[in-house]
Design a protein around this ligand. Structure first.
Ligand SMILES: Nc1ncnc2c1ncn2[C@@H]1O[C@H](COP(=O)(O)OP(=O)(O)OP(=O)(O)O)[C@@H](O)[C@H]1O
Length: 330
């Protein structure tokens, strides 16, 4: 496995909800003890239903959301305890690409100004160098140099996402969180942006935490995949292993819910009953047990640890040794 660039240990983000002078409020456990690494040059995918904590995790790693506890290290440097000044310096190493590029671009600034601002913030180059670099960045993401003089509203959704990517790349980061970067785009444009990310990743040796809904995109782009449910990791492993041999019932349910190329092929599916439980009052034991077709009494009592299989695959399910999820349901 690649040398780790990002190390996350027992990360928790608990949001206080409804606290007033007269009421104690409650705690929403958006992320509840998550540990993983992202290697140098590695792309790690993060999947899970809406509300499972993916965005919170991506932002907590960059400290755009303050973690409640736990550790995040980037290239050996502790992120969680950095002062505001040191954090600003570290931001040149870690960047984010947002789902909605339009909302994250200043409509009153030209594309050239937006990119130059990112360079100036990190004191990169002289004015002349920056002009040159803005043009180079635009070419790198497949836009003409002349795009620098234009404004965000003059571009299509896909082009705006290219600008968002150029802005993230401006400061030469080693690590990027891509938070559903293609979900807001037309299907026909999505593939172009995914291919661009794939090319950039190869050319620049970038490490990415790629948050997504579309399992086929994740399989195409990612070396490893983390499956998140109610703020906890259910399973993680190489994309090849996880897709061909899921070991957690939740992973299999996610794979079963994905569209198949040939809809006439009949499959035995695990379909998820009900909605995601509230992270304010999560189930005892295994948080997935209330929707799991394989749950037994012990699942309510034991919080399953992430166990490592011989393939390096890690699974949090006390029944994972006895279940063969490749088989149809009985
Ligand atoms: N600022 C906040 N204050 C309180 N609760 C929050 C806050 N941000 C997120 N949450 C809650 O934390 C949980 C995880 O949310 P998060 O947005 O991280 O999930 P997600 O998996 O990214 O979902 P989606 O795919 O819809 O973006 C949800 O229950 C959400 O309502």
């Amino acid at each position: 496995m690649a040398e780790p660039l990002l190390v996350v240990e027992d990360l928790k983000v608990h949001y206080p909800i409804g606290k007033t002078l007269f009421k104690p409020g409650v705690t929403l456990r958006a992320l509840d003890g998550v540990s993983f690494t992202v290697g140098k040059g590695e792309v790690v995918g993060l999947v899970g239903e809406s509300g499972s904590g993916k965005t919170t995790l991506g932002r907590a790693v960059l400290r755009l959301v303050e973690p409640t506890s736990g550790k995040v290290q980037l290239d050996g440097q502790e992120v969680t305890t950095l002062s505001a000044g040191d954090l600003k310096a570290l931001r040149s190493k870690m960047q984010i690409i947002f789902q909605d590029p339009y909302a994250s671009l200043n409509p009153r600034m030209s594309v050239g100004q937006t990119l130059a601002e990112a360079l100036m913030l990190h004191k990169i180059g002289t004015r002349k160098d920056r002009e040159q670099r803005v043009g180079d960045l635009l070419e790198k993401v497949g836009l003409p140099r002349s795009a620098a003089a234009r404004f965000p509203h003059e571009f299509s959704g896909g082009q705006r996402q290219r600008i968002g990517i150029a802005r993230a790349l401006a400061v030469n980061p080693e690590f990027i969180v891509a938070d559903e970067p293609v979900s807001a785009l037309d299907v026909s444009i999505q593939a172009q942006i995914i291919n661009l990310l794939q090319d950039l990743r190869r050319e620049l040796g970038l490490s990415l935490l790629f948050i997504g809904h579309d399992l086929s995109v994740i399989e195409f782009l990612c070396d490893r995949v983390i499956v998140l449910y109610l703020g906890r990791i259910m399973e993680m492993g190489t994309a090849a292993e996880l897709y061909s041999n899921p070991r957690h019932p939740y992973t299999r349910a996610l794979l079963d819910a994905a569209p198949v190329p040939d809809p006439t092929v009949r499959r035995e599916r695990i379909t998820l009953k009900g909605d995601l439980p509230s992270p304010i009052n999560p189930p005892s034991g295994c948080v997935f047990r209330t929707r799991c077709p394989y749950a037994v009494e012990a699942c309510a009592e034991v919080v399953p640890p992430l166990e490592t299989f011989e393939s390096g695959h890690r699974v949090a399910c006390i029944r994972s040794h006895e279940l063969d999820l490749r088989k149809p349901l009985s």
